[in-house]
Design a protein around this ligand. Structure first.
Ligand code: GAP
Length: 455
């Protein structure tokens, strides 16, 4: 079975995971709207991440900072000066490309442009006669840096507008609140601040469905520690991030570490976890040892001390930050790619089945009355189950067709109500993956399903 991005996109659009943004207006490039199934999938992924990295982690606290921040935040973070990509325009067809992507795509991932200067990239593109992927001509403008932050303006009167930025990452909201959290949560270093929220980037080459979009959600965890502890925390973060990716349902065979060759000047080390998407090995998440850069810059630009005082030793220091950052949509895409399967059944038919981890599956259970005159009993079972789980209810078509519909959207359990259910208060429960069926008492359903869908 060939697993292509087209198949995943078609299933997502057709079944209500994801729709093109502003669809009735012909769409709006590289924006996507999550439908009824997509929003459940995303919420379940965020819940699982929060449980792992906030609820079950000692000394970890959540925040939800504003998308719009004081613009000086972005001077301090370096974004207003440096957050840009090397762009080239094709003079013939006027399309715009990232020079580093042109090189990496041309060499089929064998050459990394990560450590190249703009001059080296231009020379490489000329020497290897890399052509425009759209019109095939080799006639590019010189490389120029393209700013990635979206600007908007704030002002109560039209002629007094101040530029403000849509945040390109969530972590600055965690840095600026470092001392607030330390004080109010009585948090002692090392401790972490987590946040889940929207970020915006004016990407030159967005694409590949949810992989790179201009608006996306990030789940970011910043650990504030002594510099001497940072390497151990960084290494532990790599393992924790890998374990989370596996636990959410990604196969270990399709996950690998990729250490960065080119580091930001303040970073001691940085590593991505890559996933083998149908488009190839690509970054899933990042883990960064950021030194004291973030807090020292905010201290310098705000004029407020960001120094932490150890309550026991009275030692005063600026903490080092270790970061773990992952995109919700990118992770959702990886889980969808991993889960997609086409199976040939014993009777020769094929079924499309999404083997999603039950903890993140949009619906946990579908309630299916065998015949319409069993609806009352089925609705009674539905009302019992939907107090606990997201449920689907389907009374249309043959039972086989109804199973297929649930397989395609990854529902781990189907509960069928038949005439025996009226007599003995039992139902048939069918497992999505094994297709095995067994009888259970109605009153056993809730604890049974809980035991299978917990993260
Ligand atoms: N605070 C650090 C930071 O933002 P990053 O490597 O630029 O680091 C972290 O982004 C993660 O956010 C990526 O690994 C990816 O999962 C996700 N991400 C970044 N840009 C994205 C985009 N344009 N569309 C979707 N997800 C994106």
């Amino acid at each position: 079975m060939e697993k292509t991005m087209d198949k995943i996109v078609n299933l997502c659009k057709g079944r209500g995971f994801v729709y093109p943004g502003s669809d009735i207006y012909g769409g709006f490039a590289n924006t996507w709207d999550y439908g009824p199934l997509g929003v459940e999938l995303e919420n379940n992924i965020k819940k699982a991440w929060w449980k792992r990295f906030v609820q079950e982690s000692e000394n970890s606290f959540g925040v939800d900072a504003g998308i719009l921040m004081n613009p000086t935040v972005w001077d301090a973070s370096g974004h207003t000066q440096n957050f840009s990509d090397p762009k080239m325009d094709c003079k013939n067809c006027k399309n715009r490309f990232r020079a580093d992507n042109l090189i990496e795509e041309h060499s089929k991932g064998k050459v990394s442009a990560e450590a190249m200067t703009n001059e080296q990239m231009e020379a490489y593109i000329d020497e290897h006669h890399i052509n425009c992927p759209v019109c095939g001509k080799h006639d590019f403008t010189p490389i120029r840096q393209f700013k990635l932050m979206f600007e908007t303006s704030r002002g109560t009167i039209d002629n007094a507008k101040d530029v403000v930025y849509l945040r390109p990452e969530t972590c600055q909201g965690e840095y600026v609140n470092f001392l607030n959290v330390a004080r109010t949560a009585r948090a002692k270093v090392p401790f972490s601040i987590a946040q889940i929220g929207k970020s915006f980037r004016n990407e030159i080459t967005p694409g590949n469905f949810l992989f790179r979009t201009i608006e996306f959600e990030q789940m970011e965890l910043q650990t504030f520690c002594k510099d001497s502890e940072a390497i151990d925390i960084y290494n532990q973060n790599k393992l924790n991030a890998l374990q989370f990716a596996k636990d959410i349902g990604l196969n270990e065979k399709r996950l690998r570490f990729h250490d960065h060759e080119k580091l930001a000047h303040y970073a001691k080390c940085a590593c991505d976890i890559q996933y083998q998407f149908p488009i190839g090995w690509e970054e899933l998440n990042g883990i960064h040892h950021r030194g004291t850069w973030d807090l020292s810059r905010h201290q310098e630009f705000s004029g407020k001390s960001m120094v932490y005082t150890d309550p026991i030793t009275n030692e005063k220091f600026l903490p080092t930050v270790v970061e773990y950052s992952i995109g919700v949509g990118r992770l959702a895409l990886a889980t969808l790619c991993e889960a997609y399967d086409e199976e040939t059944l014993e009777n020769g038919e094929t079924r499309i089945v999404m083997h999603l981890n039950p903890a993140i599956a949009p619906y946990k259970v579908a309630v299916l009355p065998l015949q319409k005159n069993l609806n009352d009993k089925a609705k009674e079972v539905l009302r019992m189950l939907n107090k606990h789980f997201m449920c689907s209810y389907d009374e249309a078509g043959s039972i086989g067709k109804r199973y297929r519909r649930q397989d395609e959207i990854g529902t781990p359990f189907c509960v069928t109500i038949d005439f025996d259910s009226l007599e003995d208060e039992t139902v048939t429960i069918r497992d999505r993956d094994t297709m095995e069926q067994k009888r259970l008492k109605i009153k056993e359903l809730v604890p049974y399903i809980y035991s299978k869908v917990e993260f």
